[in-house]
Design a protein around this ligand. Structure first.
Ligand code: NAP
Ligand code: HSE
Length: 452
């Protein structure tokens, strides 16, 4: 008789339901591939009486997660309930029993990752989290295993399906932010609390996990510079398009050269990774050139571009949110968990290893980039000169300045494209520009990322 691994699911919503249905569909195929069968013996949900669009035997369903975790038949616990409070209790309880846990919960890992990974190690078991980052894309496995022989020199990614879906529809259809957010919720992309998506926190949770894996020190969420997409207007999407760019919510992880190593590079004395003054770990909407592949990643698709010193450039693309893609990553983790259990090796690949005790996140103020700025100004002579004077004093170059045709009234938009400058310098200059009497509303500032 074929070996069987018994699973206990905590959560039977979008992702949990996807896992249940995918196992019904592809359970035989997985059994043939793995040589063992994955069998859901318990599933906890908040309301066992609720109709779910799929049938789970009453003997399997419960409203009490601890029945699932403590059921002696359950060998692997799958946490798909979301949130950070009860979910933490669920995961802690399972790990303490030495049961491997599979989770899709990036908020939980971001808030309590070090504690949970330490608990898994202490109890000789493992925590698998492929579905926590970029939905169906196997980026965790790639970073943790396939790129083990690389120093990661840059990760740039679109890792929030909801924001990408909203920005895509705003660009392609000229739709309003609020109209498309409702659709993202209906399609199962958005978090239960959609501000996690649109304010950039979900992307920051994921980018923090990737940064921790890539650079070997735990990146605390509060150190990640995070901006969302609420303030992105149709007007900025339209102007960016006219300039040859697409606005995307980008996560960026890259070592920032220290001033000493940058100077050494300029004088060709050579600079090394070891001289980085910190790692940029940030999430913000940015203008991406239309010629760059990330500009063409649309709707709920995600893409993560990873550059390693040995491999060079790689690109991972796929559906970043939704029932089936996320279930696919959970099933991949379940295959690993089951095979690890059968081999009696609970941590063939440790979930997360601190390999760089010295790492730190660089302050956003010190990071330089190019900038797009939109100002709402009085339509009268001398305005450009006043703005240019402030920028000149701050030693910030202007690469182009446009007053688009067709805008009339007391105020008109002016678009500035700025040369590379530090975030601190640009922030200070825009504060001064915002105080000019000819500038009628707060300047809109977006970074331009060429991703060369
Ligand atoms: P969801 O649709 O809201 O499902 C949550 C499930 O958890 C529901 O079945 C709910 O029960 C159950 N639940 C909630 N509280 C519970 C409790 N105290 N005890 C037992 N069960 C409880 O959420 P989801 O979209 O599937 O997301 C689940 C996790 O996957 C989250 O961590 C999320 O961040 C992550 N994730 C989601 C996606 C996506 O595209 N949706 C993608 C990647 C990762 P009821 O059904 O009775 O309400
Ligand atoms: N709410 C998340 C997103 C789900 O939109 O990307 C996938 O993690």
């Amino acid at each position: 008789m074929m070996d069987q691994i018994n699973l206990g699911l905590v959560g039977g919503g979008t992702v949990g339901g996807g896992v249940w249905q995918a196992l019904q569909r592809n359970g035989d195929l997985m059994a043939a591939r793995l040589g063992l069968r994955l069998n859901v013996v318990r599933m906890a949900v908040r309301d066992p009486k609720r109709s779910r669009g799929f049938t789970v035997p009453a003997s399997v369903l419960t409203g009490d997660w601890s029945e699932v975790v403590h059921d002696p038949k359950v060998q692997v616990v799958v946490e798909l309930m979301g949130g950070v409070t009860t979910a933490r209790e669920v995961v802690r309880a399972a790990l303490k029993l030495g049961k491997p846990v599979v989770t899709a919960n990036k908020a939980l890992l971001s808030a309590h990752g070090p504690e949970l990974f330490a608990l898994a190690a202490k109890h000789g078991t493992n925590l698998y989290y492929e579905a926590a980052v970029a939905g169906g894309i196997p980026i965790i496995k790639a970073l943790r295993e396939s790129f083990a022989g690389n120093r990661i020199t840059r990760i740039a990614g679109i890792v929030n399906g909801t924001c990408n879906y909203i920005l895509t529809r705003m660009k392609l259809e000229g739709a309003e932010f609020s109209e498309v957010l409702a659709d993202a919720q209906r399609l199962g992309y958005a978090e239960a609390e959609p501000s996690l998506d649109v304010d950039g926190h979900d992307a920051a949770h994921k980018i923090g996990i990737l940064a921790s894996l890539a650079h070997g020190f735990w990146v605390r969420p509060e150190t990640i510079h995070t901006e969302g997409i609420r303030h992105i207007s149709k007007l900025d999407i339209q102007f960016a398009g006219q300039l040859g760019y697409t606005i995307k919510l980008l996560g960026i992880i890259q070592p920032i050269a220290s001033p000493a190593s940058a100077a050494a590079k300029k004088t060709k004395k050579g600079a090394t990774d070891g001289q980085a003054s910190g790692i940029q770990v940030s999430v913000y909407p940015a203008l991406v050139p239309n010629t760059h592949v990330l500009a063409s990643v649309n709707h709920a698709f995600n893409a993560v571009a990873v550059r390693g010193d040995t491999v060079g450039d790689t690109l991972f693309y796929g559906r970043g949110a939704g029932q089936d893609p996320t279930a696919s990553s959970v099933l991949g983790d379940l295959a690993d968990a089951a095979l690890d259990l059968r081999a009696g090796n609970h941590h063939r690949v440790p979930p997360f290893v601190t390999h760089n005790g010295q790492g730190k996140v660089a302050s956003m103020d010190t990071i330089a980039s190019r900038f797009y700025v939109r100002l709402d100004v009085s339509d009268r002579p001398g305005v450009f000169a006043r703005i240019a004077t402030v920028l000149a004093r701050a030693k910030i170059g202007i690469s182009s300045i446009i007053q688009p045709e067709g805008h009339t009234g007391e105020t008109v938009p002016v678009i500035l494209m700025l040369d590379a400058a530090s975030n601190l310098a640009v922030r200070k200059a825009l504060t001064a520009i915002g105080r000019l009497p000819v500038v009628k509303s707060n300047p809109v500032m977006l970074r331009v990322e060429n991703l060369d």
